[in-house]
Design a protein around this ligand. Sequence first.
Ligand SMILES: Nc1ncnc2c1ncn2[C@@H]1O[C@H](COP(=O)(O)OP(=O)(O)OP(=O)(O)O)[C@@H](O)[C@H]1O
Ligand SMILES: [Mg+2]
Length: 285
Amino acid sequence: MKKLKTGILGLDSLLDGGFNEHSATILVGSAGTGKTTMALQFLRKGLETGSDAIYITLEESRAQIMEEAKSMGWEDIGTYVDKGSLVFLEAGGKDLADFIREELPQFVTEWEGSKARIVIDPLTPVIWAHENKYEQRSLISELFKQTKRVGTVFSTVEEHGTTGEMTGSETIIPMYLADTVVHLNVLGMGDLQRSIKITKSRQSWHSEGGHPYRFVLGLGFVVDTSAMDGKRPAKLDIKLKQKAFQEINSEHIKRIVNLLENADLGDMKPERIINMLIDDYKVPQ
Ligand SMILES: Nc1ncnc2c1ncn2[C@@H]1O[C@H](COP(=O)(O)OP(=O)(O)OP(=O)(O)O)[C@@H](O)[C@H]1O
Ligand SMILES: [Mg+2]
């Protein structure tokens, strides 16, 4: 089974190397937990390694998503759109049953065999499109079936409440349709404790525990896979910056390493971040 690097630092090691190719992942999290950020990182990783990327947005506009991407340090997103390697399908406001059963299959036929990365963000409107549970499942099943023909699928589901439990019938989703299920949880009111947990991963080992994560300007969503030692790290020093520049020759990396200089890394060690970044980029896929 071929593994695809997720593009989210730290996550691959929780998934034995990444997502399986042609699998479908559901990421569950409440508002602002980082679903769109992860989705964008997943697509970016594919684009950088020569794959195409398809962003199916069922709520926000393409312009909104592109602004979010830029604010996280992905300023060159427009160049991928111009090249045609990143495509947006805006289904907001459409009849979703028509979109999934008629429009999507036509699109898929044109893209078949392209090994793209596909994001569906968020999947929630499909769950809400029908009260009938059978119809909901049938639509989601069809959506995954169609999109998996084109590549590897990453979808998000909004969860209400902060406990990580499924609350209310509107968020009961058919997890068995997904190959991998990931939960984002936030605890606390002041100093937020964010954690990520893999609850299912078909045909792959996965970490069983919860792992802290944070947003780092330039990198986006980063999972802390180290044991917390409670010490505050030194700032990113010039030697670490030079090390990154020597090992990875990429304008994007230069930009984000420069941003890292002023980023709040919390308890994460700058050296660990730089080593993960180098590891992530040095081996071509
Ligand atoms: N430019 C930025 N700088 C620092 N942190 C940011 C930036 N942009 C986003 N974030 C962090 O990322 C989080 C939002 O992430 P994101 O939009 O991916 O969440 P989401 O789960 O998709 O939310 P929603 O359910 O509303 O769509 C914010 O809560 C914030 O903590
Ligand atoms: Mg979002």
